[in-house]
Structure formats: C-alpha cells, structure tokens
Design a protein around this ligand. Structure first.
Ligand code: GTP
Ligand code: MG
Length: 285
C-alpha cells in the first residue's frame, strides 16, 4: 500500500443524550413525582500517538469519523450511558492543522482530546421546584461538534538521506543499522533507528526514495530532520552536477513550501568509491 503522509478528514464528537420526561409510577399514586434522568455525555474524539504506526494510510478509508452519541436518560433518575469515545491512532510526528492550514497541535507522546462530546440534557427531575411539581420538560443534549482537519506526518529525525535513484541511500542506512534485509528500489520513505556505539540514544535516519518529480513531495519528511545528508554516487557521469541538482531540488521545494531544507546543516556522502577509477575520471571537484 502507498505511503500516506497527508489526510484531510472531518471529525465529529458524539451529541449528548436527551434528558427523560418521566414520572414515578407508584401503586397509590400512578402519577408520582418527576424522576426523568439526565442524558449521557457524547463520545470524545481522541488522537492517540502510536509509535509503531508508519503512516496515515489507515485513515484514508473514510472522510467522516464520528464518536457515538450519548444515550437518553431513563426513569428512576437513571442517567443515560455515555457515548463511546472514538480514538484515532496516528504515527509519531503527526501534526494537526485546521482546514485552512493553521497549526493546531504537534502530536507527541500522549493522547489528545481533540473534541469533547456533547453534554447530556437534564431530565425532568432536575426542573422540579415548589412552583412546578410536575415538569413536562427535559433538555435535549448538546449537539455534536464537527471539524475538518488536516493531518500531516512529518517525522522528527536526526539525519535525512537525500539522493537520486540508486545512489546508495538504503544500502548505507542498512549497513549502519546492521540490518540484512534485501535492497530494492524504494518508492516510499523509511525510518531507520541506528545506534552508534558511543551514543546512548539511537539516531533516527530517514531514507527517502530517489528524488524525482513523483517522489518530490516526500521531502516533507526532511523538514524536521536536524541534518541533511546528500548521497551521491561516484558512478554518476558527473557527481558534482548530481550534487548541484540535489541542492536545487531542495531550494525549489523551500520556495514552494516555505521550508528551510537548503539551510540545514548538511553532509555529502559519496558512494560507489569501489567502482571509481581515478585515472579515468580525474579530479572530482
Ligand atoms: N559498487 C557499489 N554499489 C553500491 C554502493 N552503494 C550501493 N550500491 C548498489 O547500488 C544499488 C542501489 O542501491 P540502493 O541502496 O538501493 O540505492 P538507493 O539510493 O536507496 O536507491 P533508491 O531507493 O531507488 O533511490 C544496489 O544494487 C546497491 O547494492 C557502493 O558504494 N558501491
Ligand atoms: Mg532506497
């Protein structure tokens, strides 16, 4: 399945349950005092960060996600049941914007209650007073609240590997992470956790697919990287030209998105040295 790092969805809290209009039914007084209970609270919408999730593809199936409504109140002052919360799991690094692109929240470790469910309506027992012994009124619950949001996944990482197809990004990341998986051309970004010997915490490396018009949008995953590492193969016809083209790609992306990729600290990693014949290519830069 495709790697999805952007979804636009509508979230709706559950409405509050209705309060009940009900009267005590006693043998001697079939129309006893009011005992209608309050309605239950509507369900909340909660966004919950799940570090195991890789992307947002599980959220593309529907446009509207709604929590359950609260249940109506009942006789004997019984409160209606609470509507079930809707918990949407999101990967670490997800950012929530409103429909106009205004930042609402960067989702970190904890659950975030995005929409509170509606309050349950008061039942008629609540309205009883000296001057009103048998109220026939009850409140309907507070309505559901709907909001359109944009969720974007932007990994927070230490290093982002940027290079053209086949430059050796994945090989390098696999080598560093000591993974033995098979190398195949990647069409989506991957996150590698790499623990250098002298570090107590692992470093997070983003391995982007080879840069091309169809994968350019994945540069989003470089936006929150501390360092950019340009990966250029010495097997390219003109490695310096490849490097310049990569920098131009970053500048073009920055201009379009208002980001600062080209200004980040960067390294140049040259691969394919084993294939490089000095006599043939001469001086590189
Ligand atoms: N000779 C040689 N081959 C290399 C080197 N680094 C990678 N390769 C080979 O180059 C091919 C492409 O390597 P990848 O690591 O998949 O390159 P990539 O940049 O991740 O490619 P995309 O994901 O398609 O952008 C593989 O067959 C690797 O074995 C190197 O330093 N020397
Ligand atoms: Mg790759």
């Amino acid at each position: 399945m495709a790697f999805i790092d952007h979804v636009q969805i509508t979230l709706a809290s559950g409405r509050g349950g209705k309060g009940a209009v009900h009267f005590q039914k006693l043998r001697r007084s079939p129309r006893g005092g009011p005992d209608g209970g309050n309605g239950g609270k509507g369900g909340d919408i909660i966004l919950s960060v799940k570090p195991d999730l890789k992307d947002l593809s599980h959220l593309v199936k529907k446009r509207l996600y709604k929590a359950k409504d609260g249940y109506p109140g009942e006789g004997r002052k019984k409160k209606g049941k609470k509507g079930k919360n809707l918990v949407l799991s999101v990967p670490k690094g997800t950012i929530c914007y409103d429909s106009k692109g205004l930042l609402l929240k960067e989702l970190k470790e904890k659950d975030w209650c995005f929409l509170k469910g509606g309050r349950g309506g008061k039942g008629n027992s609540f309205f009883k007073k000296a001057s009103l012994q048998a109220p026939q009124i009850a409140q309907s619950g507070s309505p559901s609240v709907k909001k359109e949001v944009i969720l974007q996944l932007k990994w927070v990482s230490d290093v982002c590997l940027v290079g053209f197809r086949g430059s050796g990004k994945t090989s390098f990341a696999l080598e560093l992470s000591q993974q033995k998986s098979k190398i195949y051309p990647s069409s989506y970004p991957r996150l590698f956790s790499i623990k250098p010997l002298s570090f107590s915490e692992p470093l997070l490396f983003v391995d982007l697919p080879g840069l091309s018009p169809s994968t350019r949008s994945f540069l989003k995953q470089a936006e929150r990287a501390k360092i950019i590492t340009f990966v250029v193969s010495l097997m390219d016809k003109d490695p310096f030209c490849s490097y310049q083209k990569l920098r131009k790609e970053l500048l073009a992306y920055d201009q379009k998105k208002g980001s600062y990729l080209a200004q980040k600290p960067s390294f140049l990693l040259l691969t394919g040295r084993d294939h490089f014949v000095y006599e043939e290519k001469g001086k590189l830069f």
